[in-house]
Each structure stands twice: as C-alpha cells, then as structure tokens.
Design a protein around this ligand. Structure first.
Ligand code: NDP
Length: 478
C-alpha cells in the first residue's frame, strides 16, 4: 500500500509514524496509509511558510487567480473520483460526497476571483494637503486545524481565501480523514503553487495542532471543531497574540408552527436532522413544534425517518451512511440512552448490521423532551433529533434561543409575520425559513453567535476580515 506523505516546503516527506485511514462503511477497507508528522516537522512547515510568505504576499493577483482557478477546475473534473474517496474515508453517501467536492471546487473558483478584487479606498483627509488610503494586506502564516465531518469543503474554505489574499498556510486535517486534504495539496502543487506556500502536516491535534497554536511564527489560527478544543485553542492564541477564528458546535433548533406546510416541515427536518448521518454542525437537533401540528408532524416525520435506508456509503440505494467511527457511534448510543433515562421516548436508534463491518446506526427521534434535558443542551453529532412540544410561536422562539449555541436556526411557517419576526429575533448566525438548517451556499458568510463561533465569519467576501489586515496610509503630496 502506498504511503501518503506530508508536504513541507514543496517536498513530500515521510513522518514519524503512519496512520491507517479506515473506511467506516467497511473497516476491512483501508483507504490509505498516511504519514504522521511530529512537532519538529510541524515547525519546519511553519518555517517554510514563513520563507514563502516573502514572495507570495507580493505575488500578482493574476498568479493567485491562475493557481486557484486551475485547482478549482481540476477538483471539478475529478469530482466523481474525489467523491468516492470522501465517501470512503468519512462515510457520507456518494451523492452527498460528490456534492461536497463540487462545493470545494466552487470555493476555489470564487476565491480565484476574489484575488482580482482586492481593492482599497481613498478618502480626503480632514487636514489640508493630505489624502488617506486604506488597503488590505495579508496576515502572514495561517495555521489551519480542521474537523472530520467535511473533509474537503472545510479545508477548501480555509485554504482558498488564505492563498487568494496572499497568505501562506500550514494545515493539519483531522487525523480520521486526511485523504481529501492530501488531494487538495497535490492539486495545488500541480496547479503551480510555489514551494512552501501551502504545507500539509498530518497527525494528531495534540502533537501537530499544538505545535501551531501559540507559535510565534504562526500569525493566525483558523479552527473548526468542537467547543472544548476550540476554547482551549482560543485561550492559547490570545495569550500568544495570534489572531484566531473558531467555528465550533451547534444545537440547532428548527421551529415548526401550526400554520406550517406539513410536507415542507417534514422534508426540512428529515434533511436537517438525519442527512449526512446528522454529522453536521448545522444539523437540526432540536425540533420545536407547536401544539396544533405536533402529533401530525411527529407521525409523518417518524414514518419518513423509518423509511430511510442506512448502509454502505457507496451503495446506490443508501440514504444514510455510517457514523464516522466507533468512538462517535458510542457517543451517539450514549446520548440515546441519556435521552431515554431523562424520560424521552425513542423511536429508531438501533445499531444496524450490513454485509460489511461498519458503524451503522438507524436514525433516532426522541419525543416528549424538554429543553432542559441534556439531549437538548449538548451536541450529539449523530443522526439523533429530539422534539420539544410548545404551546405557541412565542414559546417556540424563546425555546429556540435558550441555548449556549447560535450557529443555524430555522422556522417552518406559511406566515410572513412569523417568518419576519423569527428572522430578526433568532439568536444565530444563520436563519432558514422553510428550509433545512443545514445546507448553505458557498459565496456568502458562514458562522454563528454565542458558543458556536468566535472571530470573523468564514466564506464569501466576508472571509477577507480574517485573512487580511487593514493599513491606513496618510499621504502628504504638498
Ligand atoms: P475536535 O475538536 O475533536 O477536532 C477538531 C480538530 O482539532 C482536529 O483536527 C483535531 O485533531 C484537532 N485538535 C484536537 N486537539 C487539539 C489540540 N490540543 N490542539 C490543536 N488541535 C487539536 O472536533 P471533531 O474533529 O470531532 O469535529 C467535530 C466537531 O466539529 C463537532 O463538535 C462539530 O460541531 C464541529 N464542527 C463545527 C463546524 C462549524 O463550522 N461550526 C463545522 C464542522 C464541524 P485530531 O485529528 O487529533 O482529532
């Protein structure tokens, strides 16, 4: 089996050890053996990025456009093959995986264009003879730490803007799913990215991640992952004076009010709660349903949920792929038990046997819950959703906002009044009306409030707030 190596200063180098990338649909299928970097290699990667910053930070927008645009085209051209890799390493169904790859390609194309659109502002000074110029400059070396649940889209939405705005990068993908980031690195090299501009160091967060966080040679850290890890990283970045952006968990509510179109509501919840095996930070895990529609909604959603086909991510008829690994499966099963012990009624949530050894779990719906229960306070990160019954819209809104998270939120209603009020008063970074809480566009900002996010938004033109720093210049032409 071939070994996939780290990329440091334009060279593919072996690591201190090897990690086997295992297919969660079939644990006998080894996707590949990936080199694990140690802390010294992470530091070498940082030095390579520092050295490369000198020229990349002043490279022409045309060069940056060309590299990113070529990378986007290659990813798009290879989307079926990369989709298979993604489905094998993470467990998304093939159509979901191909969709994610397509999105990564679009992100590279979008930020290729952004490289050409970096402008500034010129204003008259309040003092005679002076003009004031405001420009944006790259930050320097960006350390990136990514989670396992979007193995190609999240690395893409960090790497593409960082490079477009003239930064250099050291990226550490999640140890569970290094394959897609490895492919992005190779595609960027083949697209003409100079040595050292992007460095890939694979391995554990506690080793490689730790070497980036707090390093005086890393100017900023962009992290996506769990709240606990994110907060610990944030504290270290603050102490070291590193700029930091944290995208963390969610406990996203979907409100369904009496006047909702039942089919629209059921489809939005089915998708938001269970697709991608519920392993989305934007998944709808709290379904807040008003009295008048509650019973009809629960009956219809239960029927649709029970009909979902769970299986091997590459099988043509699979709608829900496996859970990512044994640890996450245990976490999902533990939370189902917690929900039961708190008094919830669980439908589904059984482990499922298939022809291959994989981490298959039937989606679970928990009814009869209150917002105070742990199942509604803590992120499960699996195909598990609970229903909270409320009397009216006002209670629904208050319940939706009663959480330490604030990533995505949604409402199903046919009333403009409720839709408008909810949009304004929902305490979240993203609000969906009659659409699933998960599933977002690639050209607009992504991020949340409260415990879900910290720092500037990712994606769209807003990404420049993190990846650039503003310079104000005063010019006395007299
Ligand atoms: P983790 O926080 O466990 O890991 C995220 C990344 O941090 C991994 O690459 C991990 O490395 C690394 N890491 C772990 N410990 C450290 C450390 N001490 N120093 C530096 N890096 C470290 O999250 P998961 O990978 O389990 O991802 C799931 C979580 O991500 C969920 O909570 C989910 O909500 C959140 N998420 C948020 C999104 C958002 O945009 N808001 C999007 C997607 C996911 P290792 O490889 O060793 O695990």
């Amino acid at each position: 089996m071939s070994e996939f190596k780290n990329l440091i200063d334009g060279q593919w180098v072996g690591g201190a050890s090897i990690s086997r990338n295992i297919n969660p649909s079939d644990t006998a299928d080894i996707v590949g053996e990936y080199a694990q970097a140690d802390a010294a290699q992470a530091r070498q990667a940082v030095q390579a990025a520092r050295a490369a910053f000198k020229s990349w930070s002043v490279s022409t927008p045309q060069l940056r456009f060309d590299v990113l645009d070529r990378a986007g085209s290659t990813i798009l051209a290879r989307k079926e093959e990369l989709g298979r890799l993604l489905a094998r390493e993470e467990g998304k169904t093939l159509p979901e995986a191909i969709g994610e790859v397509g999105r990564a390609a679009q992100i590279f194309k979008f930020f290729a264009g952004e490289a050409l659109r970096i402008g500034g502002e010129l204003v008259p000074s309040v003092r005679p003879g002076l003009t004031v110029e405001m420009t944006r400059e790259p930050l320097g070396v960006i350390g990136m730490i990514t989670p396992w649940n979007f193995p190609i889209a999240i690395p893409a939405w960090k790497i593409a803007p960082a490079l477009a705005y003239g930064n250099t990068v050291v990226i550490k993908p999640a140890d569970l799913v290094p394959g897609c980031t490895w492919e992005i690195a190779r595609i960027l090299v083949e697209s003409g990215l100079p040595a050292g501009v992007l460095n890939l160091v694979m391995g554990r967060g506690s080793v490689v991640g730790e070497a980036l966080v707090g390093s005086s040679d890393v100017d900023a850290i962009s992290f996506t992952g769990s709240v606990a890890t994110g907060r610990a990283i944030g504290a270290k970045c603050f102490a070291a004076g590193q700029k930091v952006q944290l995208e963390m968990g969610g406990k996203n509510p979907m409100v369904v009010v009496d006047d909702a179109d039942l089919n629209v509501a059921v489809e939005a919840c089915l998708n938001g709660a269970f697709y991608s095996t519920g392993q989305r930070c934007t998944a709808s895990s709290r379904l807040i349903v008003t009295d008048g529609i509650h019973d009809r909604f629960v009956a219809a959603l239960t029927e649709k949920m029970r009909a979902l086909r769970v299986g091997h991510a590459l099988a043509a008829d699979t709608q829900i792929g496996p859970v990512v690994d044994a640890k996450q499966l245990k976490q999902d099963l533990d939370y189902i038990e917690i929900a039961r012990s708190e008094g919830g009624t669980v439908v589904g949530g059984e482990q499922v046997k298939r022809d291959t050894e994989g981490f298959f779990l039937a989606p679970a719906l928990v009814t009869g819950t209150t917002n105070a229960m742990r199942i509604n306070r803590e992120e499960v990160f699996g195909p598990v959703a609970s229903v909270i019954r409320v009397k009216d819209y006002d209670e629904a809104l208050a319940t939706a906002n009663d959480t330490e998270f604030g990533l995505s939120t949604g409402i199903c209603t046919t009333s403009l009044k409720y839709a408008s009020h909810f949009k304004r008063h929902a305490q979240a970074g993203m609000v969906m009306v009659n659409a699933a809480t998960a599933g977002v566009d690639y050209h607009v900002p992504f991020g949340g409030r409260k415990g879900s996010s910290y720092g500037p938004r990712e994606q769209g033109t807003y990404a420049r707030e993190f990846y650039t720093t503003v310079k104000t210049a005063y010019i006395n032409a007299g």
